[in-house]
Design a protein around this ligand. Structure first.
Ligand code: PAF
Length: 282
């Protein structure tokens, strides 16, 4: 496994792999790897014969500087994990390498970026799209792997790739959950054991909504959301930021469930913000 820090070195390795006729699989990450990342990497390994992982905590996607500072980082552990799964190339650029001079060019998917997460994290998706577009230009992958855990991110990246004719196939992979159902996330390490139940309230709300649709046939989203929200508001120090049922393709709010929908939410415990979602197909 090669570990490189410079864009030019990535280009050299990719050029060589492409010359050998290899299919390039790419998993962009911000490190602090967990089972969700490992599952993306394993899918990439099963479909591609040259597999690249990037580790870069992208400053321009954090709307809160404190969140950027305290984002978990453990590069040595990450590298050991990647060695075990047998990735070919790890790209670990510095901030200076990615943003050599002041960046004046951004990539923004309008509309989709301003709803749901976008309302609470202004500029977040602009930062994500800009860095992912840069990484695609550097790695030039045939396929790139993203988790459904960040459903809005995945939908926005698909739209960016389509709109900008970027020649890469975006592969969406299922959310990986911990034993009790909590969606795997780098931020889970912040959750105190005593707060576990509170952290799980969002997933419980999502599951309740799923049950009501699939077992009781309730399709009116105002009834479903009211029931879901009632589970979360039981915990006074859990702030419910949003819980919404939206169209699977364009994220527009849905009043009655008739097609595939996404149920997405975000909660804030005093010291950590968590997001989760489920897909319901009737
Ligand atoms: O999902 C993430 O970890 C990040 O948003 C990504 C896609 C690596 C871009 O920085």
């Amino acid at each position: 496994m090669k570990i490189v820090k410079k864009i030019d070195d990535v280009r050299k390795e990719i050029k060589k792999a492409k010359k050998e006729g290899k299919t390039i699989g790419f998993v962009p990450t911000m490190g602090a790897l967990h089972n969700g990342h490992i599952s993306l990497i394993k899918t990439s390994l099963s479909q591609c014969n040259f597999n690249v992982v990037s580790i870069f905590v992208n400053p321009i996607q954090f709307n809160d500087p404190e969140d950027y500072q305290r984002y978990p980082r453990d590069i040595n552990r990450d590298i050991e994990l990647l060695k075990k799964v047998k990735v070919d190339l790890v790209f670990v650029p510095s901030v200076e390498e990615m943003y050599k001079e002041r960046a004046d060019t951004y990539v923004e998917v309008t509309g989709l970026s301003n709803v749901l997460e976008g309302k609470f994290r202004p500029g977040h998706f602009k930062g994500v799209c800009t860095v992912v577009c840069k990484l695609f230009n550097i790695v030039q992958p045939d396929r790139a792997y993203f988790g459904w855990k960040d459903a809005q991110q995945l939908i926005i990246i698909r739209k960016m790739v389509k709109d900008l004719n970027i020649p890469v196939e975006i592969v969406g992979c299922p959310t990986i959950r911990e034993k009790d159902g909590l969606a795997a996330s780098s931020r889970n390490i912040f959750i105190k054991e005593d707060d576990r139940e509170k952290a799980l309230s969002l997933y419980k709300a999502l599951k309740k909504i799923e049950d009501m649709v699939l077992k009781k046939g309730i399709k009116d989203t105002s009834i479903l959301l009211e029931e879901g929200k009632s589970i979360i508001v039981k915990y006074p120090d859990v702030e419910l930021q949003y819980l919404e049922i939206v169209d699977f393709e364009d994220l527009s709010p849905v009043r009655k469930i008739e097609e595939k929908v996404l149920v997405l939410g975000a909660i804030k415990l005093p010291y950590v913000r968590l997001i989760d979602n489920i897909i319901i197909e009737v």
